[in-house]
Design a protein around this ligand. Sequence first.
Ligand SMILES: NC(=O)c1ccc[n+]([C@@H]2O[C@H](COP(=O)([O-])OP(=O)(O)OC[C@H]3O[C@@H](n4cnc5c(N)ncnc54)[C@H](OP(=O)(O)O)[C@@H]3O)[C@@H](O)[C@H]2O)c1
Length: 213
Amino acid sequence: MKIGIIGSGNIGGNLGKHWAKAGHKVLFSSRHPAELNSLVKEAGSNAEARSVTDTFEANADVYLLAMPFKAIDKIAELYAGEYGNKVIIDATNPYPERDGAIAQEVRDANYNASEYTAMKFGTAKTVKAFNTIRAEHLRDRAFRTTDKLAIPYAAQDQESGDVAKQLIEDIGFDALYIGNLTDTHIMDPEQSIYGKSLSRKELKELVNNVRVH
Ligand SMILES: NC(=O)c1ccc[n+]([C@@H]2O[C@H](COP(=O)([O-])OP(=O)(O)OC[C@H]3O[C@@H](n4cnc5c(N)ncnc54)[C@H](OP(=O)(O)O)[C@@H]3O)[C@@H](O)[C@H]2O)c1
């Protein structure tokens, strides 16, 4: 698959490196693409650096949103219309102290952060994934054959869910389907499965337990 990474930091940088290693074509983007040289070098021949606009124009199959939550509005405003039929994997989290009023608004709203992204991207096939894992575990615990960590994901439709599951498994994590985007509250910051590094079995038990109570 061709994957466009929007925000090539802790999360986007490491996921991009993993996907490139797994054989995917990765376009890292930045507002300053020249600063991504060492990341691209580390990621190898499947990776390139581009501007954010060039990354969207490169017509990737999947876009990973891994920038601060406060940037969603602007990015959606610029690109959502044209790229609305793409799979968008949303790894962002709203943190009021970093992202300001919009993050507080979304935290206080009666919808989940992933539903906000889906709303902004209109017809995009939005998936919520990789937002609950700690950056150092994403970096260090990929490509395991035993003791795999589970990555929870939720999806708006079957196709985008299948893509996310594949991309989780391609880099040596187990995938756990949580439901559709209305079910993602438990994945949001400070909620029950946020920041939990667990096996698939443990995570499934926790999810079931939370849903019963
Ligand atoms: N760190 C974690 O443990 C963790 C875990 C799960 C999810 N998350 C979530 O994932 C997202 C990224 O976190 P991170 O830790 O990877 O952050 P990070 O290391 O700061 O990387 C974010 C990248 O986004 C780009 N960016 C910043 N402002 C932007 C804007 N206005 N428009 C476009 N790009 C912009 C920056 O790249 P340029 O300056 O090069 O453009 C930056 O490298 C956040 O929403 C975070 O809450 C973080």
